[in-house]
Every structure is written in C-alpha cells, then in structure tokens.
Write a protein that binds this ligand. Structure first.
Ligand SMILES: [Zn+2]
Length: 469
C-alpha cells in the first residue's frame, strides 16, 4: 500500500498550524507556587496539559492521565507499545524577543514562540501524525502512545512517575532533539570532591585566600578570580602580567594592598559536553599559580588543577583516555573550582563517557588522585550511557522513513548530551530540528519553520505506520 504522507499532511496544513499556535499560546512554565493535587508543576503547565488531553478525547483518542505528572494519548490495538515521548513544559521566555513569546506569530514562514521547537511544535507534529493514521483507519498491530511529559525542562519527575505506573514501550522515539537519528548518548556523571580547610601553617611564600571559578558542572567556567596574600604580592603580579602576555591568556592583576593581589582570568564559557570548544578560566589561572610556592592546602588545590587537569579534557595525564571513533571520547569538564581559606575547597567534575568506557575504573583513578590531596568525592548524579543498536529494527525503520521522505541519508548521530529519549529503554531521538537549521531552543525568538513542522508531521506519521502496522 502506498500512502502519500506528504500530500495528506498538506491537506491538513491549516489545522496543524492552528493547533500548534493554540498550544504555543498557553504559558506552560514550572510554577511551584500554584502546584497542588493534579497539578504538581503549577497551573500554567496543568492548563496546557489538560487542554491537550481534552482535545485528544474530542478527537476520539483514548487518553490516560497520571495525576497531572504525565499521560498518554493512544491509538491502535495489540500487546506491544510504540512510545512517542514529547513534553509540553517550556523554559521561561527570558529577554530579547522581537515579538510576544506567547503570541505564536507567523513571520517569514516561521511560527515564533517559546516552545516552538522545544517541544510543543514537535508535540503537535506527533499528535497530528497519530491523528492522520487514525483518520486513515489503518489497522495497527500495536498500540501507539503519545506520552506527554510536563517536567522535562526541570527534573523529569513526569516520566519518573509515569513509568512507575505504566508499561515501558517496547520501542519508541522522542521528537525533542535533532534529525536524522540520535542513537547514542554518553553516560553523564556529576562528581564533587571536597576538602575541609583548617588554618594552615604558612609554609609557602604565598597564601591562597579565595579562588572562585564556575557555577555549573555542565558549563566551562567563563572566568576565575583568586585573592592571594603575600609579602611578594608585587612580584607575583609582575609574573602574572608576563604569563598573560606570553601565553596569550586574557587576564588582569590588581593590587588590593601591599600584601594582597587579585588575579583574574577571562576564559570562554561553552557547554560542558565539549570542553575543548571553550577556555576554562579556572584551570588557566591554576596553570599559572601551580608554579608558585603556596601554603599547603592552597598549593595542593592549585597543583592538582594545574598539573593534572588543565588543558586535558580527555584525561591523558590521569591515564583515563577512552576514544571511540563513532561514539566519541570520554571528556571531563571541571565546572566548579572553589577555595575559601579556613572553610572548604571544592572541585566539581562533569564526566561524560561513551558506551564501552569503564566508568568504575575511571572513578577509582579520580578518587585515588584526589584522595591523595585529601579531597573526598561524592557522586551527585549519574546516568549510564544510552544506546540503541544500529542494526535494531527501530533504527532501521526510522532511517528508511527519513530517507524516503527527505531523499537524504539518515546519518546516525552519537552525542555527549542527554536527550529525553533516554527515559525509554529502546528509544532514539528523532527530530524535529533538521540538519543545517539553527537551533533556537531556550533562546529568544525560538521558532519552527512551518515547512519543517509539516515535514516532521509527515515523517512521524509514516514512522508510526511502519513501526506499528
Ligand atoms: Zn525538550
């Protein structure tokens, strides 16, 4: 049977656009102040979610709600389930919009709104895809569930709760990232190493008072500032000035008093999944200071960072390198580097590793290295790598659909970040952002091209058909 998916979608264009606009005009931001029974994430999210479930019922779908956390919209019969995982919550709009972020205005063929690409636009594409399959009255041998999450942008409490009560689909996809297909995502671990600081014997030439760099583990620190007490503060300033010149580091030294100097390094902040694209301000400053003579705990902190971690996001010096041509390298981002005299020193590491790397082994080496300098580690969060085999039925089917509809190769992507697909056992991220399109998720003037919205709807409809027929 040949089904003209694109044509069928084109015929429904007006209602797809209108429904997408309607969904985008609802402000679905996490709001704990208005949370309550049946609306755990506040009124805005609840209203949006309930609107979609009611609409689905009116359109003749079976629906299920798990107390406002998450729910599904279902079509088809059978034992197995195909899951399509979407979310209707959005991040706050922020500043800098050229139009009302909740107006869903159409400008130059694009719908502009918070959530247009992440993830309300794609949610509507998937919804209309399922609706199209239903309208064609195609008998399916599986149940297809559009699973609607409401807390993806925060803590994923929606899917955590949902999968406690509902069956895990045998396979599925999340329209919440990029086309063609993201089949592999690295393991992600946030580690904090801390050392309590007592009043040190002033052993070295200088004393480290404070060192501050970075706020979040998944970002490369954009700058660093250290306050140092020393009889030779002036000399240290001069040495820093020449370091800045010779090493082409962007930085500045300021005398606070005769015996105190403040050193500042400007780095470049990027997402922690590829630290080499940025400049870690904290590690650059440590690279300079590691050669000076410090009090014991200050010296330990600086030499550890400067000698063992600076300019080495792959862990070559520690001997933890894991390279995989397809799945990418193990990486470490030192996102939080803090030292406060007589209080505490903290080294925060965001470790990402592809399937096949020995996480426990790497963690042991890190522990040994940092324990030696009296830093004690705790794992704050850890998600293991997520991967679906290239040869799986799921990947093969989606790749075929993508090729059919776009005429392009369906390259399989491996990424360092985590997508919503990892909450499915056998799930990949599949769209909605097409290659070469600018990613405006979480930014001002977030938008979806209407052409892409329709293309995605058509692709999802065929995907549903192929996976569930
Ligand atoms: Zn999203």
């Amino acid at each position: 049977m040949t089904i003209e998916w694109k044509e069928l979608v084109e015929q429904r264009k007006e209602s797809i656009i209108a429904d997408t606009q309607a969904l985008l005009r609802k402000k679905s931001i996490l709001d704990p102040d208005t949370s309550g029974v049946g609306q755990p994430f506040g009124k805005g999210i609840a209203d949006t979610y309930n609107w979609l479930l009611t609409k689905s019922q009116n359109d003749g779908f079976k629906t299920k709600d798990i107390e406002g956390y998450a729910g599904h919209i279902e079509y088809g019969e059978g034992k197995e389930i195909i899951g399509i995982l979407c979310h209707i919550d959005v991040v706050p709009e922020g500043e800098g919009w050229s139009v009302d972020p909740y107006g869903a205005h159409i400008v130059d063929g694009k719908i502009i709104a918070r959530g247009a690409i992440d993830d309300k636009g794609p949610t509507m594409a998937a919804y209309h895809a399922l609706k199209l399959v239903k309208e064609l009255n195609i008998p399916l041998s599986k149940r297809v569930r559009l699973i609607i999450g409401t807390d993806e942008e925060s803590e994923w409490r929606c899917v955590d709760r949902y999968f406690k009560e509902e069956e895990m689909p045998q396979m599925g996809f999340a329209p919440d990232a990029d086309f063609p297909i993201i089949y592999s995502e690295k393991g992600i671990c946030d580690l904090f190493y801390k050392r309590a600081l007592q009043d040190d014997e002033p052993t070295g030439e200088h004393e480290l008072i404070t060192f501050k760099s970075g706020h979040r583990l998944n970002m490369v620190p954009e700058s660093a500032v250290a306050l140092i007490q020393s009889d030779a503060a002036k000399t240290l300033k001069e040495q820093f000035d020449s370091f800045v010149k010779e090493e082409r580091v962007s930085g500045k030294a300021t005398m606070i008093s005769d015996k105190q100097v403040e050193l500042f390094v400007q780095g470049k902040s990027v997402h922690g999944m590829e630290p080499d694209k940025g400049i870690n301000g904290g590690l650059e400053l440590a690279r300079f200071l590691m050669n000076a003579s410090f009090n014991e705990s200050g010296g330990d902190f600086l030499s550890l960072l400067g000698e063992r971690f600076a300019r080495d996001s792959r862990g070559e010096k520690l001997g933890v390198v894991h390279r995989d041509n397809q799945l990418g390298d193990l990486t470490m981002n030192l996102g939080v580097l803090h030292y406060e005299k007589e209080k505490e020193a903290t080294i925060g590491i965001n470790l990402r590793y592809p399937k096949g790397a020995d996480f426990e082994g790497v963690k042991k080496i890190l522990d040994q290295e940092l324990n030696e300098k009296d830093f004690i580690g705790t794992v704050k969060t850890h998600e293991t790598p997520h991967m679906v085999e290239e040869s799986s039925e799921l990947v093969k089917a989606l790749a075929q659909v993508y090729r059919d509809q776009t005429g392009e190769e369906a390259d399989l992507l491996a990424i360092g970040g985590g997508t919503y697909a990892r909450s499915l056992n056998e799930g990949v991220a599949f769209g909605p952002l097409f290659p070469k399109r600018e990613d405006l998720a979480h930014q001002a003037d977030e938008a979806i091209h209407i052409e892409d919205l329709l293309k995605a709807t058509s692709i999802y409809a065929q995907a549903i058909y192929e996976l569930a027929k």
